[in-house]
Design a protein around this ligand. Structure first.
Ligand code: FES
Length: 197
């Protein structure tokens, strides 16, 4: 358990901060045992109305917690994720488009006045494909949260796992995607902003 002393000190000083340690395996007095479930969240944060949940951890934990959070009925904008690493293996999701599985697509990239035509595999993100081909594309969080990689999808289609789909209504309306968590499902073309990293 990281930063125990620091967290306890914050809890001592701030009445609005409560520390609840949830241990998946070990039994320890004062700690919850198991996974972070909707029931556990309700138990420790019995809040009416809107509130936010911030999730940070490996993808397997995100997948479990997301299913639990769905039971809380929060709108998507109140659930924020920080993944420890990029989203991988999208094909294991139930809503993954079967027709794309195992395929390789053509990705046309327009960035800083230059154009490139590269391959992008169905199980790699557009960002990963660009980097593999030496194209400097902007990125920060690499998990659909910060919007730094925000690019226009000129043509084609992508699959975006729900857990990392940070697109807003306007993005959907005007065809913007986050290459860091978008997987190709057809040949496609994107317009990428200049690299600001
Ligand atoms: S790098 Fe943050 S949303 Fe893509």
């Amino acid at each position: 358990m990281l930063f125990q002393e620091e967290f306890r000190e914050i809890a001592r000083r701030c009445g609005r901060f409560r520390l609840v340690n949830v241990l998946s395996d070990d039994e320890l007095e004062g700690c919850e045992k198991g996974f972070i479930s909707a029931e556990l969240i309700r138990k420790h944060a019995p809040v009416d109305g809107d509130y936010s949940v911030f999730v940070c951890g490996p993808q397997a934990m995100n997948d479990f917690v997301d299913a639990e959070i769905a039971e809380l009925g929060l709108r998507p904008k109140f659930v924020r994720h920080e993944l420890l690493g990029e989203y991988r293996n999208p094909g294991r999701n139930a809503d993954y488009p079967e027709g794309a599985r195992g395929r390789r697509f053509k990705l046309d990239v327009s960035v800083c006045g230059a154009s490139y035509s590269i391959d992008c595999y169905a199980d790699e993100t557009l960002l990963r494909a660009m980097e593999r081909n030496g194209i400097a594309a902007p990125s920060e969080c690499r998990s659909g949260e910060c919007g730094w990689c925000h690019s226009r999808l000129v043509s084609g289609t992508v699959y975006v796992p729900e857990a990392v789909d940070g697109r807003r209504q306007a993005d959907l309306q005007f065809g913007y995607v986050h290459p860091c968590c978008s997987f190709p499902t057809s040949d496609l073309a994107i317009d990428v902003p200049p690299c600001r990293n």
